[in-house]
Design a protein around this ligand. Structure first.
Ligand SMILES: O=C(O)c1ccccc1N[C@@H]1O[C@H](COP(=O)(O)O)[C@@H](O)[C@H]1O
Length: 215
């Protein structure tokens, strides 16, 4: 089966149309104010409402409160909540209970022992996303979206109870290797399809998606 693709940080009609035309199965909207890809609830609603059923709309949240999630989910027709902060398993279960949407919990990886929490999160989350752990010494690092990769060999041969994606520093030059080495059934990209932080490139979205899907 062709590798599935999520284009994250959709913040304009151009980016939305490019991702849809390229064949992405998932579109990510970033609700994290410090991100250069941040969208307001109104912007995200206008974009998400153009998307036909079958394409999953993902809301990216970082340690969001129930009030914030309510404001978003009341107006934006989302399918999945991507939890990219330090949410505990208890908090993940609570968000799932309170909002009834699919949950994709992000596991941040730099070494083998980072997989120790996976079994607990598999019990409360519908999907998993493995992203690179931001280095502590990286000034201005975000909790994700830093164009940093981790060693994809750490994922090789592993299997999980839940559907999963690979993220972190992917681009059209490395996505084929990343999929081959990690065995990822789906990939998620943000920085790697941009001309500068927050500005998506139509050409890079097409090239990334085509390479990912040909692997
Ligand atoms: O994209 C962001 O700005 C962002 C902000 C806060 C948390 C996560 C964010 N993005 C996610 O990070 C990974 C990797 O992104 P990149 O391809 O290395 O730029 C991906 O899951 C994005 O959805």
């Amino acid at each position: 089966m062709a590798t599935e693709v999520k284009i994250c940080g959709i913040n304009s009609n151009e980016a939305l149309n490019a991702a849809l035309e390229a064949g992405a199965e998932y579109l990510g909207f970033v609700f994290f104010p410090k991100s250069p890809r941040h969208v307001s609830v109104e912007q995200a609603a206008a974009l998400a409402k153009q998307v036909k059923p079958g394409i999953k709309k993902v809301g990216l949240l970082v340690n969001a409160s129930d009030d914030e999630i309510h404001q978003i989910t009341e107006q934006v027709p989302l399918d999945i909540l991507q939890l990219h902060g330090g949410e505990t398993p208890e908090r993940v279960a609570e968000i799932k209970r309170n909002f009834g949407l699919e949950i994709m919990k992000v596991i941040k990886v730099s070494e083998q022992k980072d997989f120790e929490t996976v079994s607990v999160f598999e019990e409360v989350s519908d999907r998993l996303l493995f992203d690179a752990k931001p280095p502590k010494d990286l000034k201005d690092a975000l909790p994700g979206g830093n164009a940093i990769s981790f060693d994809w060999r750490l994922l090789a041969g592993k299997s999980w109870k839940r559907p999963w994606m690979l993220a972190g520093g992917l681009n059209s030059d490395n996505v084929e290797d990343a999929v081959r080495i990690s065995g990822a059934p789906a990939v998620d990209v943000s920085s790697g399809v941009e001309d500068k932080p927050g500005l998506k490139s139509v050409e890079k979205i097409h090239s990334f998606t085509s390479k990912a899907k040909s692997t």
